[in-house]
Design a protein around this ligand. Structure first.
Ligand SMILES: [Ca+2]
Ligand SMILES: [Ca+2]
Ligand SMILES: [Ca+2]
Ligand SMILES: [Ca+2]
Length: 344
């Protein structure tokens, strides 16, 4: 009995292995995005790296223009990880007929690890002579919600002076590559970091002493960034933000001393600043802010945080602004402004 089950297990295992090997050589059957992205390899490379595959694809959550335009495809059935992938077009109009919200699938597409990120290459012809096909299956899909993650799940790289390198110690963010993410309650610590000196570091202001609660971000794919500015206006040292949303990209170039993950903001909506009624700037507008405002209304004090229109006095005009800001940010109408209002 024991022997028989061992034998059948062996047969089972070898069948699986043959199936794995075939998947790499032939394009039989569509792979999902998690099939392509999931890896236990320490370098994070897809098991399909260097192979031509068919991919059942996902929803276009972002489209980035350029000479090599990109799509970020996300599988709405894989929101916890390994759920998104980038498609690179090799002509500026490669995705002219593709819109955000379309479900896109691809056939005969080459999987390639490039500088730490897994791409599906939408070029004219693969090296084996086959041609990739991109098809919009359906349109108008609701975009998957951004996955809310702790800042330390993305983790900024450390500077290693001896090697003059910025390297991330922990690659646990790999499962989040190319996914739509949101981090909350962060302050801008520093700018001008990274390979193109367009990265900035964000630190959780809820955990100011936790040096692991920092991550890198960039506005280089932000469609509302005014060129040639490297950043959108909110990104200045010391500024606090309630939320930053973007897609995650890895950038690895060990020859130049870089290996890091960066959250790429996409538009002005990617950044949610503090509510102006949040006078103590702790991320919430609550009774403490109301108390602070009332005190300043009665007895002027410094700094005049209640002077919302900056006219040198705290009066009923500021009270109106204070109330309006509070009301607008309290999306769920429960009387306080906090993280729950961002979930709606
Ligand atoms: Ca990667
Ligand atoms: Ca507050
Ligand atoms: Ca005033
Ligand atoms: Ca609320």
């Amino acid at each position: 009995m024991a022997n028989r089950s061992k034998t059948s297990m062996r047969i089972g295992v070898s069948t699986v292995c043959i199936a794995c090997a075939l998947a790499g050589v032939v394009q039989g059957g569509n792979l999902t995005i998690p099939d392509i992205q999931y890896t236990e390899s320490p370098d994070g490379a897809s098991p399909y790296n260097g192979k031509v595959v068919d991919c059942s694809g996902g929803i276009v959550v972002a489209k980035v223009a350029g000479g090599r335009p990109r799509l970020f495809l996300q599988d709405p059935n894989a929101l916890d990880g390994w759920g998104a992938i980038q498609v690179k077009g090799w002509a500026s109009d490669a995705f002219a007929s593709v819109a955000v919200g379309d479900w896109v699938e691809m056939q005969q597409v080459f999987v390639e690890e490039y500088r730490g990120t897994t791409f599906l290459q939408y070029w004219d012809e693969n090296s084996d002579g086959s041609r990739p096909i991109l098809r919009v299956v359906s349109s108008g899909h609701r975009l998957p919600r951004a996955l809310v993650v702790d800042v330390n799940e993305i983790e900024a790289p450390e500077y290693l002076p001896l090697e003059d390198a910025w390297l991330v110690a922990n690659h646990r963010a790999e499962r989040l590559e190319s996914m739509l993410l949101q981090i909350r309650d962060v302050g801008v610590v520093e700018r001008d970091l990274g390979k193109a000196q367009d990265n900035y570091e964000l630190q959780s202001f809820r955990e100011p002493n936790d040096t692991g609660a920092r991550c890198w971000a960039s506005d280089y794919s932000n469609q509302d960034r005014q060129k040639p500015d490297l950043y959108v206006p909110e990104i200045e040292a010391g500024r606090r933000l309630r939320a930053v949303t973007g897609v995650l990209e890895q950038y690895t170039n060990l020859g130049e001393g870089f290996d890091y993950y960066q959250l790429l903001t996409l538009s002005e909506k990617s950044l949610v600043g503090l509510c102006s009624a949040d006078l103590d700037q702790d991320g919430d507008a609550d009774l403490w802010d109301y108390k602070l405002f009332t005190e300043q209304l009665l007895v002027p004090s410094l700094p005049p945080v209640g002077d919302l229109n900056h006219d040198g006095k705290v009066d009923s005009t500021d009270l109106d602004l204070f109330n309006a800001a509070w009301q607008q940010a309290d999306v769920n109408g429960d009387g306080i402004v906090d993280g729950d209002d961002l979930d709606i």
